[in-house]
Design a protein around this ligand. Structure first.
Ligand code: GLU
Length: 401
């Protein structure tokens, strides 16, 4: 029989690009398994084990029968725990109820579901840039248009109401917020957050606040949107257990959204993935409710991230690199040597870094700032330090630098 017509992507995914952050770490893994000694500072994935008390709680839940479907929106105890934690910072009015919490297979799914239920064809969504690669694709999958709002590098690329206002049109329907930010490590102050939320409220925009790094901050605790918002009728807060508790592979996230939005997100999930893995939900419940043993582990992990930052940042600076000093998350964002003289300097430099210096990082094109690149310091301190020394050596010998 003759071959049928070749695969032609549907209109849904015609413009979809593979996740560059995931691709970078897959490539590093492939090279490693082929025998190359790569230092992988690509993936934004904590290198710590999930705290033992959480693993023990998950084993116990498994033995107690946590193996079946749960409610699509997640087990009540976990939604109660999320609501309780959120209410500790929310002061704006009626308390958040478990009915306003939808547990999903990772904050990535919650962000996607939120985009799908809030945005559609003809809508524009403001995306402070540089920003995590998947926001652009998620907004595109919802068939809305992501509008890049480039921040000021001198302010850690943060945006303010004036900049956002300049990119707004009558079609603007929403805004993606992310503090602490991936890839810049910038943290918005309470006042900065409040000013943006006030603008959004005055324009009737939806705000999706991705707070996955909120517990990883090196100065004052980072503030989430609920701590400063006056209202939350157009606010969706997304978080999960992956980064704070070193639980990336468990795949549990959640959204806190007004009840009708939560209902729509649940309906969407009911046709796609159903509930997040049952035993993983119990592990997430343990993370949120076991108290001191978990909190101690979080403090230790944040302290180690800080120590890595403090060990590596002076090396990068002394090497003459332009680097944003991270206030949260676990990324260095750096200007690529050759920026301004070649297009996509970040990709050219990071390719050379991988090929000649065995260091994997992510080019800034993934975050819509091709003159930059990202180093994740979610790896052993000695490796981070060694990799940063190699980055400096590579930069010193880079053509056009
Ligand atoms: N968010 C992390 C990163 O930026 C993990 C990979 C991903 O899901 O994008 O590296």
């Amino acid at each position: 029989m003759p071959d049928g017509p070749p695969f032609r992507p549907s209109a849904n995914i015609a413009d979809l690009r593979e996740s560059a952050t995931i691709a970078a770490s897959q490539r590093a893994k492939a090279l490693k398994s082929a025998g190359r000694e790569i230092i992988d500072l690509g993936a934004g994935e904590p290198d710590f084990d999930t705290p033992a008390v959480i693993r023990e709680a998950a084993k116990a839940a498994l033995d107690a029968g946590a193996t079946r479907y749960t409610a699509i929106e997640g087990i009540l105890a976990l939604r109660e725990a999320v609501a309780r934690e959120a209410n500790a910072s929310w002061r704006g009015g009626a308390p958040i109820t478990p009915a306003e919490v939808v547990v999903s297979t990772g904050s990535k799914q919650s962000l996607y579901n939120a985009c799908m239920v809030l945005f559609g064809p003809g809508d524009e969504v403001l995306v402070p840039t540089p920003s995590w690669t998947s926001y652009f694709e998620m907004v595109g999958l919802a068939r809305a248009t992501a509008v890049e709002v480039h921040g000021d590098p001198a302010r850690g690329f943060k945006v303010d109401p004036e900049r956002l206002g300049r990119h707004a049109t009558p079609r603007t329907r929403g805004l993606m917020l992310n503090s602490p930010s991936n890839p810049t490590g910038s943290v918005y102050s309470r006042d900065e957050l409040r000013a943006i939320l006030d603008l959004a409220a005055s324009r009737g925009w939806w705000v999706i606040s991705d707070e996955i790094y909120v517990r990883i901050a090196y100065g004052d605790p980072a503030s989430g949107a609920l701590a400063v918002a006056e209202r939350r009728d157009h606010l969706v807060v997304v978080n999960g257990v992956a980064k704070a508790y070193a639980m990336t592979g468990w795949r549990v996230g959640w959204a806190i959204a007004p009840a009708p939005v939560a209902k729509a997100m649940t309906a969407l999930q009911s046709h796609t993935t159903s509930n997040a893995t049952t035993v993983a939900q119990h592990a997430a419940l343990a993370a949120l409710t076991l108290g001191e043993p978990v909190e101690r582990a979080v403090r230790e992990m944040v302290a180690e991230f800080r120590a890595r930052r403090d060990a590596a940042l002076p090396i990068l600076k002394a090497g003459g690199l332009t680097v944003l000093p991270p206030e949260g998350a676990f990324y260095f964002y750096l200007k690529a040597p050759g920026a301004g003289s070649v297009p996509d300097a970040g990709s050219a430099f990071t390719l050379r870094l991988l090929e000649e210096f065995d260091v994997a990082v992510v080019p800034g094109a993934a975050f819509r700032t091709p003159d930059w690149f990202r180093i994740s310091y979610a790896a052993e301190r000695a490796q981070v330090v060694e990799a940063c020394r190699r980055v400096v050596r590579a930069a010193a010998s880079h053509p056009g630098a």
